[in-house]
Design a protein around this ligand. Structure first.
Ligand code: FE
Length: 361
């Protein structure tokens, strides 16, 4: 029955994109990627506009399934950088319905700038644990990116606390990327929330003293350098291991992935494993609000959760969902129970500590 709507609106969108870009006014987006449909500001019954900082290719199969189920077409605008600027420039004329980002800090920046609105949804609240969404319904985690220990596969090591990384027994054996990278400042902020600023400073100095090389490069370089014998352990995101182990056998990436094993560290005070998120919110001026809520609710369904997380080897936010086999091989993820809003509050302190101890020097 609803098939007329998507057809009509996608035809309109295509016509708009191909012929009438200038006449489409604010939707003639400079940042819009080729191939993305033009967002529709009209509250046509069958449309929803998604502004995302993630590669839409990763989630396109999910969006297609949503359209098949509901008849609602999803127009995607990719904004790798500049989501905030775009929302600010568009103001209340914005076509944005759903805002999707990676990194807790990025998502909460958008919330704090007033670009979101509250959603009251039993479906979202029952699927997403309370510490992984805004208490006010302004944002929701959709997948988890756990920051784990990469260890040489032959190392006799079963469990690990983040605090252990400063243990002098690891002197000259640790690899990690820049302390100022958001993946690390997010973890260090969580450390401050758990152990306080002073203890975190001492810890950072200890980790710095253990480094086998300058804190630089990317997360996969930790595995590369473990294979090369430069270091034995390091912190990095778990999903890269999914990418490496699933790379072409014989390729460099595959060899890096095979050189390591993953241990999920916890905070020593009884905390769990630190996670960052990918997440979403409803835009403040969403012209298609009801459809936007339906899209978010769809993204926490069992099927969508599994596919959404597996698209990038992330971990589902909803319990009991089928995992990617490589991710499943890491064992159960015990997510740190500290609310992410509390962690994010210490971001700036964490960044200042990194400079103070000369972590990257
Ligand atoms: Fe990454």
């Amino acid at each position: 029955m609803p098939s007329r709507f998507p057809r009509t609106s996608s035809l309109l969108a295509a016509a708009c994109a191909a012929l009438l870009l200038a006449a489409c006014g604010k939707q003639a987006a400079p940042a819009q990627e080729a191939g993305a449909a033009t967002p529709q500001a009209d509250a046509a019954a069958g449309a929803v506009n998604l502004y995302t900082t993630r590669e839409p290719g990763l989630i396109q199969p999910l969006l297609d399934a949503f359209t098949r189920d509901t008849g609602i077409t999803v127009s995607t605008v990719l904004l790798k950088d500049g989501l905030m600027e775009r929302l600010k420039a568009e103001g209340e004329r914005s076509a944005a319905d759903v805002l999707m980002t990676v990194d807790t800090g990025n998502l909460l920046d958008v919330v704090e700038a007033g670009h979101t609105q509250a959603v009251d949804s039993d479906v979202l609240e029952s699927a997403i644990p309370a510490h992984l969404r805004g208490a006010d319904g302004h944002w929701f985690a959709l997948s988890l990116r756990d920051r784990v220990l990469y260890a040489h596969r032959d190392l006799a090591l079963e469990s690990f606390a983040y605090e252990d990384l400063a243990d002098p027994k690891w002197k000259g054996r640790v690899c990690i990327r820049s302390g100022q990278h958001p993946y690390n400042t997010s973890l260090f902020a969580a450390m401050i929330a758990h152990n306080g600023e002073e203890a975190t400073e001492t810890w950072l100095r200890g980790v710095k003293a253990n480094l086998a090389r300058k804190a630089a490069g990317g997360d996969r370089d930790v595995a590369r350098d473990i294979l090369a014998g430069i270091c034995d352990i390091g912190l990095a995101n778990a999903y890269y291991v999914g990418r490496m182990k699933n790379a072409e056998p014989g390729s460099e990436q595959h060899q890096w992935g095979e050189a390591i094993k993953v241990i999920r560290p916890v905070f020593a005070d009884g905390g769990g494993t630190h996670v960052n998120i990918s997440g979403a919110a409803i835009a403040r001026h969403a012209p298609n609000r009801d459809n936007a809520v339906r899209l978010l609710e769809y993204l926490v369904s069992d099927e969508a959760q599994s596919l959404y997380a597996r698209a990038n080897y992330e971990y589902p936010v909803k319990a009991g969902v089928e995992l990617d086999p490589v991710v499943a091989s890491f064992g159960e993820l015990r997510v740190d129970p500290l609310p992410l809003t509390e962690v994010v509050r210490h971001r700036r302190q964490a960044s200042e500590l990194v400079d103070k101890v000369g972590f990257d020097n």
